[in-house]
Design a protein around this ligand. Structure first.
Ligand code: PGA
Length: 264
């Protein structure tokens, strides 16, 4: 995996006909920026887009013609291959649309759609048992847990439960894994984590995962009210490898600004 990961999560926003216009602006901004510098500023970075399922193919069509490190992610998957699972989307389906990543366990899936740790762990297992998809596993505590200072304990348990069934696979293998640390109280609230607090949690996640799985190719990215105003300080933290951006990724100018600042 590339050193830095800058991901956009469109959530349930944008219809197909809005995608081309978005990328027209986004890619132009990126190209203009690239032309002002000598070395490709994004050479060590990967920009990932997670549009709704309905726009995966259209997004892939557009990013495929761009010569840069831009990849596609699904916002969710179901762990079964095929069958009578109305409304669900399998790994083969997202692969056929060009996805290289899959977000799993986003707090909105956990809270609104009641996905529990067991289901999330099945999804992670399905990803590692298939090929060519990298999981972006989201974890993070709610405000009550943070106020009690129990965030490490909480996130540690989430990681333990969500990764338990893939122990054998991940143990001595350099498989890629992205953890998105997204404190629930920071998502969509305009209240991002303090960079030092984020650094502490990311350090904890690194230590936690690496002590169990020393070989894993790990990136720990932060999500929760990331904007152009805080991206540089967040990315300045040694254990913050990237960001997962929701609201501020919906506007191509603001997201291209975030991408540019992330690689400064
Ligand atoms: P936000 O969302 O940037 O709007 O806070 C982040 C996320 O949910 O991934």
């Amino acid at each position: 995996m590339k050193e830095k990961v800058i991901a956009a999560n469109f959530k349930m926003n944008k219809i197909n006909s809005e995608i081309a216009g978005y990328f027209n602006v986004f890619l132009n901004n990126l190209n203009e920026f690239k032309n002002t510098v000598q070395k490709d500023p994004f050479a060590d970075s990967e920009i990932i887009f997670a549009p709704p399922f309905t726009s995966l193919a259209e997004t892939f069509r557009i990013i495929s013609s761009y010569s840069g490190n831009i990849s596609l992610a699904s916002q969710n998957i179901y762990h079964e291959n095929k069958g009578a699972y109305t409304g669900e989307i399998s790994l083969d389906m997202i692969k056929s649309c060009g996805c290289a990543y899959a977000i799993v366990g986003h707090s909105e899936r956990r809270n609104i759609f009641k996905e529990d740790d067991e289901l999330i762990s099945k999804k992670i297992k399905a990803i590692y048992c298939s090929e060519n998809i990298v999981p972006i596993l989201c974890v993070g505590e709610n405000l009550k847990v943070r106020e009690k200072g129990l965030q490490e304990d909480f996130v540690g348990k989430q990681l333990e439960k969500n990764l338990a069934p893939v122990r054998e696979i991940v143990l001595d293998n350099p498989v890629p894994l992205v953890i998105a640390y997204e404190p629930v109280w920071a998502i969509g609230t305009g209240m991002p984590i303090k960079p030092e607090d984020g650094e502490n949690m990311h350090k904890f996640i690194y230590k936690f995962i690496k002590s169990d799985f020393p070989e894993v190719d790990l990136r720990v990215i932060y999500g929760g009210s990331v904007t152009g105003a805080n991206i540089e300080t967040l990315m300045g933290m040694p254990h913050i490898d990237g960001v997962l951006v929701g609201g501020a990724s919906l506007d191509p100018v603001s997201f291209s600004d975030i991408c540019k600042s992330a690689v400064k």
